[in-house]
Design a protein around this ligand. Structure first.
Ligand SMILES: Cc1cc2nc3c(=O)[nH]c(=O)nc-3n(C[C@H](O)[C@H](O)[C@H](O)COP(=O)(O)OP(=O)(O)OC[C@H]3O[C@@H](n4cnc5c(N)ncnc54)[C@H](O)[C@@H]3O)c2cc1C
Ligand code: SF4
Length: 547
């Protein structure tokens, strides 16, 4: 045993846990299935992305095998990434807190469930998460819950089309505000200011927060954390007392190895965490580890999403910024959430066909083509919504023993359907988006198809009752005292907000609890360090310096 804690996965949750534990003097081994994606080679990834290839695809591709079922199948392709940094390598970087009411859906609206923690419990950890990722924003969201500290970085300015949307929304009584970003509006924490190059699914500069840059490197720099890459955990082994003794993992050579520790944290994402628990059967845990409730893998949630695009008379200068700068939370709070899900509106800065798409579709050549592209480009505006999905036991991650991955392990199978609650949200969202486009003077409106966000939640839900939940409020498995399950799998309900800031806040809190449990007398205690290891004064350790 050469580690106090083994963490499985080096993404958002795993990276944070590695840093927060290592910084407190605990020895951490991180087992990461993917490789290190060298930051100096991100331009190769940009080129691949521009060629419509998956920039984070790893070999063997068969390690990512999965199957889907249900009326609205949820595909994982492009919705997660393997490697140091995990899916944050690929994420868009929108860093929103949940609203206080999101934690109390059952009490306030009579649907879903309540979380066992409240917004106030998580608030200091949200502030720490924003400092550690470097979130740019301003407190202009009238529907946000109270904050104890300002955003660590100034907000990005609104775009030209945000101004047009703002005027149209005002006539309809809809309020538009900044969208908080985990990307540098000014240089921060050793990473540069965003260059607005617009290839954010692969950020070539490091301005977008990715866990490899924001957390894993700092964890390794403490000397207490070591990251083993290309190490895919196949199962956890328990002892007679029902505690985890080892994580069994294999590299590309297929040879099985064991990593032992006092405490284990699964941070492989909501799908892989559930899969690993279901794979880790034993006489004591015949239905899978920590699965006495039968809820491991159940209540899978994501965010249904639709986009609408409209052609307008004047040029709106799209594609100058690769990310969205404005949103509204007006329909995500209050309202009739007993009947329909919450939804967020994101006002897009990149909508309509690109010059390349206009050219290919035109069939023209030479000067005629040039003229055509000039005349057509930049006349489309777009809005995207994310809607809330209720936890349903029938939406589930299970094992598919007929399909195996590159290491011979059964692949995950995801069954997914949406119901009346989600459809009602989508219907109202389409109606709201249509009204905004009409107020903009749209000449032509193109509604997009239903899709689903790269957000996976709910598969090992949190609660105080072991019969109806898998982990406790500290993300510790009810039935396995030395096992913690970190990430979106712990979410009780999904809200309409992207999950990662909450995942990071919960991970900071869990690291604090693990450290308090493991740290011998004399080592710095969690409480002395404060949430996220940073003093209450925001930015005191990590300066934001104008570039
Ligand atoms: C295209 C896209 C856009 C997104 N945009 C946003 C956004 O704007 N805002 C937001 O909040 N969220 C966004 N997300 C979601 C966000 O990326 C995830 O919520 C977040 O990364 C989840 O963190 P995690 O640590 O739980 O999992 P991940 O970050 O996915 O990390 C899990 C890691 O565990 C490793 N792993 C898995 N299984 C094993 C195993 N058996 N053994 C060893 N290692 C393993 C994986 O290789 C991976 O590196 C987006 C996601 C995608 C794909
Ligand atoms: S726009 Fe900013 S965050 Fe996006 S890829 Fe470019 S530098 Fe990175």
């Amino acid at each position: 045993m050469d580690a106090d804690v083994v963490v499985v996965g080096a993404g958002a949750a795993g990276g944070v846990l590695a840093l927060e534990l290592a910084r407190r003097g605990l020895r951490v081994t991180v087992l990461e299935s993917g490789p290190r994606h060298d930051p100096a080679k991100r331009w190769d990834g940009v080129r691949r992305w521009l060629r419509h290839e998956n920039p984070w695809e790893r070999t063997p591709k068969t390690l990512d095998r999965y199957t889907v079922g249900g009326p609205q199948p949820y595909q994982l392709e492009g919705r997660r990434a393997r490697g140091v940094g995990g899916s944050t390598l690929h994420w868009e970087g929108y860093a929103l807190r949940l609203h206080a009411s999101d934690f109390m859906l059952r009490s306030l609206h009579g649907v879903g469930d309540d979380w066992p923690i409240r917004y106030d419990d998580l608030e200091p950890y949200y502030a720490a998460a924003e400092r550690s990722l470097g979130v740019a924003g301003t407190a202009d969201d009238p529907w946000a819950s109270p904050r104890s500290a300002p955003y660590p970085l100034p907000a990005f300015p609104f775009s030209h089309s945000d101004g047009l949307f703002s005027r149209a929304c005002r006539t309809l009584g809809i309020g538009l505000h900044h969208l908080p970003q985990a990307r540098n509006s000014v240089a921060y924490d050793g990473r540069p200011q965003c260059r607005a190059c617009g290839t954010c699914f692969v950020c070539p500069t490091g301005a977008k927060a990715t866990a490899d840059l924001t957390h894993v490197a700092a964890a390794e720099a403490t000397g207490n954390a070591r990251v083993v890459t290309e190490a895919t955990v196949k199962r956890l082994v328990t002892d007679d007392a029902g505690e985890v003794r080892a994580a069994v993992y294999a590299g590309p050579d297929g040879v099985e190895r064991r990593a032992e520790a006092r405490v284990f944290v699964l941070a492989g994402g909501a799908v892989e965490n559930a899969r690993l628990l279901l794979l880790s059967t034993s006489r004591r845990f015949p239905a899978g580890l920590a699965n006495g409730s039968g809820l491991v893998g159940k209540c899978f949630m994501t965010h249904p999403s639709v986009t609408i695009q409209a052609r307008v008379r004047d040029r709106v200068h799209p594609y100058r910024i690769g990310f969205s700068t404005a949103m509204t939370r007006q329909f995500a709070v209050g309202g009739d959430r007993g009947r329909r899900g919450a939804f967020l509106l994101e006002f897009l800065n990149a909508a309509g066909p690109t010059p390349e798409q206009i050219a290919v579709a035109s069939g023209r050549w030479g000067a005629d083509l040039r003229e055509h592209v000039r005349a057509e480009f930049g006349r489309w505006m777009g809005i995207r919504i994310y809607a809330e999905e209720l936890p349903e036991r029938t939406n589930a991650v299970t094992l598919n023993p007929r399909v195996r991955d590159a290491l011979g392990v059964p692949a995950p199978h995801i069954h997914h359907a949406i119901g009346a609650y989600e459809r009602a949200a989508l219907e109202e969202a389409r109606e709201v988006m249509g009204r905004i486009m009409t107020a903009l003077g749209a000449l032509e409106v193109k509604p997009g198809p239903l899709s689903f966000a790269g957000h996976q939640m709910g598969t090992h839900r949190m609660g105080t009752d072991p019969r109806t939940s898998v982990v406790d409020p500290d993300q510790r498995a009810h039935e396995v005292p030395n096992l913690y399950l970190a990430g979106g799998g712990c979410f009780v309900t999904g809200s309409a907000s992207p999950p990662t800031l909450t995942i990071v806040a919960l991970a900071i809190r869990t690291a604090e609890r693990i450290a308090a449990r493991l740290a011998p007398p004399g080592r710095p205690s969690a409480r002395a360090a404060g949430p996220g290891g940073t003093p209450a004064e925001p930015g005191a350790q990590r300066d934001a310096t104008p570039a």
